[in-house]
Design a protein around this ligand. Structure first.
Ligand SMILES: Cc1cc2nc3c(=O)[nH]c(=O)nc-3n(C[C@H](O)[C@H](O)[C@H](O)COP(=O)(O)OP(=O)(O)OC[C@H]3O[C@@H](n4cnc5c(N)ncnc54)[C@H](O)[C@@H]3O)c2cc1C
Length: 301
């Protein structure tokens, strides 16, 4: 990770511009809620620094975490010379709240927002829905933030789990992405799912960059839970390989790293504009995949 003075990615650089010059490498973090978790994340950031990420993104309110923590982590990252993307979900916010959050980021020098609809927070049956869909939040960010702000959106290669149909979901995604600068996908395990998504979007006239989201498997029970929650298919061949070594955590990780490496290599060969790693605030698996891919020795890193 580099700041302006180090000659690498300038802090606050809009991701749309970075992706256009790609390929990019980026990481997703979530805001830590305890001192111990904060220390783990600090170590992770240091461990991943040699990969010189184009940006790191910080989740918002996912899993019931306190929303102010996202703002704090984003601003801290910026102060540390790291280019942050602030996730923002529309659900359970009024328009004034959303405008004020975006204005707060702008004032802090943040030029990157990932605009999401979000899901109803746990225990909230009837959340405020001032904006119905993520595309509405993209437009709101555009009206509040400076013109050089990059707005990203979420894409679901296998379709959003609540979509009326895959075709409808693709049409909504194409319209959303046209209003935005780039998309980041939900994690997936079959390169074809990503390639089909990109082809479907192109057929709808949308060629904006779509960054594949990569989740190296490090824990079998956890990945099965995440896949069920996100609607991502957990393929039988992968389940079989992982279940065969389920009693050996090191072997599970090794399979996860190998599979993620192969997936990334296929995606890069197919022209993906970058790789976005779901780190779960840990560095080892991501670092191993990046090393296998030769990204640790990027000439500009
Ligand atoms: C990369 C990534 C990062 C994420 N980060 C977070 C996070 O930080 N915090 C968090 O809480 N959640 C996060 N999520 C989860 C996300 O909030 C959920 O997947 C949510 O259910 C949908 O969000 P969306 O932005 O894709 O919504 P939308 O784009 O609004 O889509 C939601 C549904 O509405 C449909 N739809 C869209 N537009 C229209 C329209 N105009 N008319 C009719 N139907 C429409 C879509 O087909 C889809 O079924 C993330 C997901 C991804 C892929």
């Amino acid at each position: 990770m580099t700041g302006d003075d180090a000659g690498g990615t300038a802090v606050g650089t809009p991701v749309g511009r970075l992706v256009a010059d790609g390929p990019t490498v980026s990481f997703e973090f979530f805001p830590p809620r305890t001192e111990e978790a904060a220390a783990t994340l600090r170590r992770t950031i240091v461990d991943l620094a040699p990969l010189d990420p184009s940006f790191v993104s910080v989740t918002y309110g996912a899993g019931g975490s306190t929303r102010e923590l996202t703002h704090r982590l984003v601003v801290d990252l910026l102060a540390d010379g790291i280019n942050p993307v602030a996730h923002l979900t529309a659900v359970d916010h009024t328009l004034d709240e959303l405008r004020s959050i975006v204005a707060g980021y702008t004032a802090a020098g943040v030029r990157n927002v990932l605009a999401l609809r979000g899901d109803a927070p746990a225990g909230v049956d009837e959340p405020v829905r001032a904006l119905e869909h993520a595309v509405d939040l993209v437009h709101l960010v555009r009206t509040v933030a400076p013109a050089d702000t990059s707005v990203g959106v979420a894409a679901h290669p296998e379709g959003h789990p609540a979509a009326t149909s895959l075709a409808d979901d693709r049409r909504h995604l194409a319209a959303k992405l046209e209003a935005a600068d780039y998309a980041v996908t939900q994690f997936f395990f079959a390169a074809d799912d990503y390639l089909r998504l990109v082809d479907d979007l192109a057929a709808l006239g949308c060629t904006k960059p779509v960054l594949p989201g990569i989740m190296p498997v490090t824990n079998l029970a956890q990945i099965e839970r995440f896949a069920a929650l996100s609607g991502a298919t957990f393929p039988a061949w992968l389940a079989e390989r992982l279940h065969a070594v389920a009693d050996d955590p090191a072997a599970v990780r090794a399979v996860g790293v190998e599979v993620a490496t192969e997936l990334c290599a296929t995606l890069m060969d197919a022209g993906a504009p970058g790789l976005h790693f779901y780190t779960l605030n840990r560095s080892t698996a991501t670092r191993e995949v990046a090393t296998n891919l030769g990204l640790a020795e990027r000439p500009d890193a």
